[in-house]
Design a protein around this ligand. Structure first.
Ligand SMILES: [Zn+2]
Length: 323
């Protein structure tokens, strides 16, 4: 499910498994939270990405902490790049102190996520203020811009299970079970992923519905092998950020995973929340780095074209599909 409607899995093409295209400033949120609001610049860069063979981007900003589904729709329309939007929740520090989501019961939070999957992102419902959530069938009637549906449940783990919002995790698990939607989970540099996997299994979520993000910041091959064998999709995204030492972290890890026959459990991403990573915003290396840096290196490693295609799109697309 993209911001412009459903797209067959095979048509997503080269897909960034975790990034950010638009993040508004959140009053009361963390002072150092990324802000990404140059729609024209991002649209230009997306168009360049599309022209170079790019297909899709998973936008991992959930509601209430800077997401604007209307901006995502405009960016997709202008560039031709498929955009998958997210329901769910981010880390607590990205919300205002009084954000209601973090005080909800698991049942009430599940209602929020389920409602977005059924009826669209809250900010994209034209009649949301006048009449509350639209009844089924009210979305997209003649003359109305249809509400935008999310395609993934994005959630955020803190550094431990105990420090993470249990009710929101239970809510995400319930809605994933009901809808078949995949969960993309932010991790704090891969911390406690074993415990998070256990809690999802205990709540009836199949590991195949889980994508663990940023885990290349913990490049422990034995751990990655076990997570992959359990069925989890592992998202790697430190390629453009020297502070995470990709030469000693993600690149050898990809080699080890491919060598063990586990490349099918890995999806690659850029996570470009920081405007400084965008070429059109005055930074770099920019989205084209997916081809010039990541794709080129995968080819140099001698990986088969089918494996590269999976790492750069096929694997995440298959997980996002809802049967
Ligand atoms: Zn992110």
């Amino acid at each position: 499910m993209t911001v412009l409607g459903p797209v067959p899995v095979g048509e997503l093409g080269v897909t960034d498994a975790h990034s950010h295209l638009y993040i508004s400033r959140v009053a009361g949120g963390a002072a150092d939270a990324p802000v990404l609001t140059d729609e024209d610049g991002v649209a230009r860069e997306l168009a360049t990405f599309r022209a170079a063979g790019g297909g899709a981007i998973v936008d991992c900003q959930p509601g209430g902490c800077g997401r604007d589904g209307r901006a995502l729709r405009r960016l997709s329309e202008r560039s031709g790049v498929h955009v998958v939007a997210a329901t769910g929740f981010h880390r607590r520090l990205y919300y205002p102190p009084d954000a209601p989501l973090f005080n909800l019961s698991a049942e009430a939070a599940a209602d929020v996520f389920r409602d977005e999957i059924r009826h669209g992102l809250i900010e994209t419902r034209t009649n949301q203020i006048a009449s509350g959530p639209p009844a089924s069938g009210a979305v997209g009637e003649a003359g109305e811009t249809p509400a935008i549906r999310p395609g993934v449940i994005k959630i955020a783990a803190e550094a431990s299970l105990a420090a993470s919002p249990q009710a929101l995790f239970a809510a995400a698990a319930a809605v994933a079970r009901e809808t078949g939607y995949a969960i993309e989970m932010h991790t704090e540099r891969g911390a406690a992923v074993e415990a998070f996997l256990d809690t999802f299994i205990a709540q009836g979520v199949a590991p195949e519905r889980l994508v663990f993000c940023h885990v290349d910041k913990r490049p422990d091959f034995g751990l990655h092998r076990e997570l992959a064998r359990a069925g989890v999709l592992l998202e790697y995204d430190t390629f453009f950020r020297p502070k995470y030492d990709p030469e000693r972290g993600v690149w050898p890890l990809i080699g080890q995973m491919a060598g063990a026959g586990l490349a099918g459990s890995v999806a690659l991403a850029t996570d470009m929340a920081d405007p400084g990573l965008w070429a059109e915003l005055g930074g770099g290396p920019g989205l084209l780095g997916i081809f010039t840096i990541i794709g080129a290196r995968l080819t140099d490693m001698g990986l088969p074209a089918a494996t590269i295609g999976g790492l750069l799109g096929g694997h995440i697309a298959a997980r996002l599909a809802v049967n």
